[in-house]
Design a protein around this ligand. Structure first.
Ligand SMILES: [Zn+2]
Length: 1009
């Protein structure tokens, strides 16, 4: 095929003054069969379309190296709106603005569609091009109809800036592409407009862009949230693909040096379609290389950036939109205008090659949806393939068939419903069995075996024989079958397992012929049955149901929780089920709450089992800062960006862990009653280090303190914590700091062991986001509702590993602790982990520990339950812990005994008996996931060392370089070099090392990049 031939004498660094330069980049004349009417032979610019300078008053891309030259969101929007207004009077070009919501800090979220007036008129009306392509993606438009339209309808495509706010140059670059597309009158450009609809999104994260911060205002990395969409900037945007899919999706980031465009490095997720891989690898990649070669601009590809985890701005659009989803990366080391220019160039080249090959691209884009359906009909997963010529061999292939995912209608309803609703928002079809279905091939999550079972009527079913098959398998799959052992980010992420949906699973063989099922609009699992009874009962086996307990308590309703499982009215109730005193409902609309939380409620005649009356909790979320962190809930006017968690006034540390947990509790879970410092306190508020030390927990009647991995050193704070727990308070601490704080306070003897004790170097244990089978001890209220079991997700290799020998207490004041959650024994790892399972390793170890002390207790987590807000299963454990009963169980009865009359669970220790408060940090686990690791055969030691030398590591990293040898291998270890916020810069030298090894024919055996 022909490429537009591009010659250029020189490369200039700055903006709009370069109109002549860009003119030179366009092909001399249109390659279209028939030129669009009225276009010009040569390049000319319509003076009616304003330049950036005309509108904003500054040259486009004016600025020094780095990112401080970026224009504010308001200026970018101003320019897009000005071009839209100018185009309203044009016969060549037209623009639409589409608003899709507000950012966390209240800025507009918007994209613009650009094409010819005819195409824009026919986008949502007339021919309804958008609905047509959406129908192809959805399966409602046939493959034949789709194929018949590849010449007559324009191809949609997405050009977006990264959500990383500190990587801003694409905002200005897309403004440049906009100008060129809108103003140029030549025939080639007219053909581009005639044949394509451009979806332009110049600012994906306005809060981060304006603050020059990578993250959302809540400190989430949007580029790890594209799939789960917990941040509103993603949650409001991604469902747009259901309406407006595109053939490519550019996500334009920034790194330190040079320019990256795909093809990517392995691994590529096996469900990424062949269309995506081929379009990127065989069409866009070569076109971009040509465009950059022609101007002697340095670039790299096939290195560093994989296409594996469905969480990024490339993988997710690839799977959800069937697009060529691509990460572009421009270094910030050059003048801002050069950064802008290179993004412009890459985007322009992608447009050109697509416009030139539009019918064949659309043809293959259409075919992939029907192809996915056919694969689903045969229950076939796509095989792994290696895309980079530099990698081999494949580690494994998908090892079993999957026909669809089933979700039991009588378990975890609240979280099942919200997961399926989320999938439906992306365009996934969900069905309900009309009858009981006895079928073979039923495989519950985590069990590893398939068998014959009867799935009850009402079972929700997501078959794979639908167009979004690749997406469903990629996010629901128990095991992503990683093709090689390279980890750029996490190793596993199964949505149903993160939601703790034990008992549900997938079918490894076809349903019996004639199985009747009906597609559902939205799951409706909530409601009230037999509501005219004195007690209203519901299970608390979902995060949503537990949140409902908090909502009822907040409204003053009396609620007890069942100690034991029971059966009533034909339904089995699991441990911890909520028993609501209907006479105390007052104005509370139970049916509305049950519907909102998708939780079924059943009327009972009394309290059938031993039960604990609950008191309304008052929960402090601990911040180790001396003042309340700047957050969207408590904006600090003195912070660099008020409301943005990543910008704190001096002295506030640990804000990210604090903000993520606060977001999870208030925004995602929807707990009511968060109160700011100045207001009368409700159910939730922040407790600072100063307030803790001042004894606020006791004097202000808190019931629980949540410590999201913050430091509480021995001193007044730890002493106050001890007094609080001794008096009946509940302490919930996560990760190493959470456990150390309890040890410092003399509440527990619990300690950790280093992974090296059971997995010494060089075969060091690795669990970079690995999921394990688990045992839940439902005699602890912390594990109530987990009667079906659940899973443990080690979000990082450095997560604490508890030593069971440290749970016996001190024989006097510190009693024995219990494991509420343990690793299963024997233990199964679902998907990747390394040297973590087996006798003496993680198998059977405690993981969430329930430690009584005085009249209260401490609950300690060996992982981060708030990790990326990904895990409803863990959120349930936290909500259980924060609501730990404080009074002894009442026997079965017809009436609820008031909580305050019941005897307390334990007695406080006398002051003289209290253990000493002292500094007792847990044993260091050594966060090996912070290390860059590259392992090769021992015979390649010299080549590895040379590659490291040639890569010229930054001084700080160079000092941390170690080589660990075994009989057969040598491993480069760069200690502490791997942090989320340096992934682009780190990529530079990591890429050089791996690239040189590749060139020298050295196979990398394992890498953590
Ligand atoms: Zn980025």
């Amino acid at each position: 095929m022909r490429s537009p031939s591009i010659t250029i004498a020189r490369v200039l660094a700055l903006g709009l003054a370069l109109a002549a330069l860009f003119a030179a980049l366009a092909p001399a004349r249109s390659l279209a069969d028939v030129d669009p009417a009225g276009c010009t032979d040569g390049i000319a610019y319509d003076p009616a379309i304003p330049t950036y300078q005309d509108v904003v008053g500054r040259p486009l891309g004016d600025g020094p190296t780095g990112n401080t030259g970026r224009d504010l969101t308001a200026d970018i929007y101003k320019y897009f709106r000005a071009v839209k207004d100018a185009a309203a009077g044009s016969s060549r070009v037209r623009m639409l603005e589409k608003s899709y919501g507000k950012s966390v800090l209240g800025q507009d979220l918007a994209f613009w569609v650009l094409s010819t007036p005819e195409n824009i008129d026919n986008l949502d009306a007339g021919r309804k091009d958008a609905a047509f392509w959406a129908g192809v993606r959805d399966g409602s438009v046939s493959e034949a109809a789709g194929l018949a339209a590849v010449r007559s309808r324009p191809a949609p495509a997405w050009i977006t800036s990264t959500p990383h706010g500190a990587e801003p140059a694409a905002g200005e670059a897309i403004a440049r592409n906009l100008y060129e597309l809108a103003a140029r009158t030549d025939c080639w450009n007219a053909m581009r407009l005639r044949d394509m609809d451009f979806f332009l999104l110049p600012v994906r994260n306005p809060d981060g862009r304006d603050a020059i911060q990578r993250t959302s205002a809540w400190t989430f990395d949007h580029n790890r949230d594209f799939g789960t969409q917990n941040q509103i900037e993603n949650g409001a945007f991604l469902p747009v693909f259901k309406q407006y899919p595109g053939v490519f999706y550019i996500d334009a980031h920034q790194t330190s040096n040079g320019y990256f465009f795909p093809p990517n490095e392995d691994p590529v997720h096996h469900e990424i379609s062949d269309f995506t891989v081929d379009y990127i690898g065989e069409m866009i990649g070569p076109a971009l290389r040509q465009a950059f070669d022609d101007q002697s601009i340095d670039y790299f590809n096939f290195q560093t950036y994989d296409l594996f985890v469905p969480e990024y701005g490339d993988t997710v659009p690839s799977l959800l939109s069937g697009a060529a989803g691509m990460t572009f990366e421009k270094g910030t080391s050059e003048l801002y205008g050069k950064q802008v220019y290179e993004h412009y160039l890459a985007i322009n080249a992608t447009i050109d090659v697509t416009a030139q090959n539009k019918p064949s691209i659309l043809h293959d884009w259409v075919e992939q949806w029907a192809e996915a359906v056919r694969q689903g009909e045969q229950c076939k997963l796509e095989p792994n393939e290696l895309v980079s010529p530099l990698t081999e061999p494949l580690k494994q292939q998908p090892s079993y068939d999957v026909c669809g995912y089933f979700f039991r209608p009588d378990r975890h309803e609240g979280d099942t419903a919200s997961l399926l609703k989320h999938m439906q928002a992306q365009g996934v079809h969900v069905y309900k069995f009309d009858t009981n279905v006895a079928t073979a091939g039923v495989r519950e999550f985590g069990t590893g075996t398939s068998g014959v079972q009867t799935l009850p009527q009402g079972t929700l079913y997501v078959p794979l024989d639908q167009p979004l098959k690749h997406w469903i398998q990629a996010v629901f799959g128990e095991d992503p079958f990683e093709p090689i052992e390279f980890f750029y980010d996490v190793a596993t992420w199964s949505y149903p397992m993160h939601r703790g949906l034990a008992g549900s699973g997938f079918l490894t063989s076809q349903l019996p012929p004639g199985t009747q099922m009906t597609e559902i609009e939205a799951p409706a699992l909530g409601g009230v049955a037999a509501g005219a009874k004195p007690v209203l009962a519901f299970e608390t086996d979902s995060m949503q149901a537990l949140a409902m307990v908090y909502e009822l308590l907040d409204k003053g309703v009396k609620v007890a929780r069942a100690r034991d499982a029971f059966t009533s009215g034909g339904r089995s109730f699991s441990t911890g089920s909520a028993l609501v005193d209907a006479s105390t409902l007052g104005g509370v609309d139970m049916a509305a709450l049950a519907a909102k939380r998708q939780t079924p409620v059943t009327g009972l005649d009394g309290y059938p089992v031993d039960h604990f009356p609950m008191v309304k909790p008052k929960i402090g979320v601990y911040s180790q800062g001396t003042s309340v962190p700047n957050s969207p809930l408590e904006k600090n006017a003195g912070a660099p960006s008020p409301g943005h968690c990543a910008t704190q006034v001096a002295g506030v540390a640990g804000a990210a862990d604090y903000c993520v947990s606060l977001f999870t509790l208030t925004d995602k879970i929807g707990l009511p009653g968060y109160t700011v410092q100045s207001a009368p306190e409700g159910m939730l508020s922040t407790v600072t280090a100063t307030e803790l030390a001042a004894g606020d927990l006791v004097s202000k009647n808190y019931t629980a303190l949540l410590n999201p991995n913050q430091s509480i050193p021995a001193g007044a704070g730890a002493t106050a914590l001890q007094a609080f727990v001794n008096g009946g308070g509940t302490y919930v601490g996560t990760l190493a700091n959470g456990t150390t704080a309890a040890r410092n306070a003399g509440i527990t003897m619990l300690n950790t062991v280093a992974a090296t004790t059971f997995s010494p170097a060089p075969n060091t244990m690795s669990t970079p986001g690995s999921i394990f089978t688990a045992t839940f001890n439902t005699s602890s209220p912390v594990a109530w509702g987990f009667d079906d079991g659940g899973f443990i997700y080690r979000d990082a290799t450095g997560n604490p590993i508890y030593d069971p020998n440290t749970m016996n207490g001190n024989g006097t004041t510190i009693p024995q602790a219990a494991a509420a959650v343990s690793y299963a024994n024997p233990l199964k790892s679902l998907g990747f982990s390394r040297n973590a399972t087996g006798p003496g390793k993680l198998d059977g170890r405690p993981h969430v520990v329930d430690q009584p002390f005085g009249a209260g207790r401490a609950v300690m987590f060996g992982h981060n339950p708030f990790y990326r807000s990904w895990k409803e299963g863990d959120e349930r454990v936290v909500l259980n812990a924060l609501l730990y009963p404080t009074t002894v169980a009442q026997p079965p009865a017809t009436k609820l005994v008031a909580a305050k009359k019941a005897a307390p669970l334990g007695e406080p220790l006398a002051k003289a008996e209290l253990p000493k408060v002292a500094s007792r940090p847990v044993r260091s686990t050594r966060a090996t996931d912070r290390d860059v690791r590259i392992q090769v055969a021992r015979k390649h030691s010299v080549k590895l060392k040379r590659a490291v030398k040639a890569a010229k590591l930054p001084r700080k990293a160079r000092k941390q370089v170690r080589y660990v040898r075994s009989a057969k291998t040598v491993t480069l270890v760069v200690k502490g070099a791997r942090r989320a916020n340096n992934d682009h810069a780190r990529g530079e030298w990591v890429r050089k090392i791996v690239g040189r090894l590749d060139k020298r024919g050295v196979k990398v055996l394992f890498a953590q990049l």
